[in-house]
Design a protein around this ligand. Sequence first.
Ligand code: PGA
Length: 210
Amino acid sequence: QVQALQGMETGALKLAAVTTAKYIAPPMLSAFCKAHPNIDVHFTVGNREQIAGRFKQNRDDVYIFSQPPEDVNIEATAFMDNKLVVIAPGDYNGPDYCTLHDLAGEKFLLRENGSGTRKAVDEYCTRQGFSFRDPMIIESNEAIRLSVASGLGLAILSEHTLAQSATDNIRVLNVQDFPICNSWYVVTRKNRPLSLTALAFKQSLLERIQ
Ligand code: PGA
């Protein structure tokens, strides 16, 4: 990494991350920009489908996905855990220490089709033969979190989305098989030569591998 950084004083970094990764990317970006203050950064956030579209069009240098797209040109390395948990309002008094099937009577707030979180939830439900009864679709992790805190229903979100919610009225339920354990991947294209800046940023993420 030291070699990669030599001579790297200015440069540009185009970073694109799925919406759930916006909770983990800013501290990493901040540390990188403090070490390299003259870097020109463009940071794009969208759901999995939107960011996979940008990957396909070769628009950015570095991507962060939990579920990297399938592509022959992809280079993906896991660097951090991403755990999906079942959350409920603080005053929830329905089933806990249970299976998802035991929660079949509850209202669930789900992310939209195209979301990686939703894809992971759908894949788990398909494996379990479970379907949500009349779910509400909300296209934002924050809006889901705040809606759960307001008593609108239950949800399955990455625990990263809860990190800033110490004052929220939310509790994590103990549901069999949860948390669903995924990883965060740093993703680049094999056929896109990386600038020293992009390479150094990618390296800074990989250094976080526990
Ligand atoms: P998303 O991202 O739900 O914001 O699309 C999370 C993921 O890809 O796992």
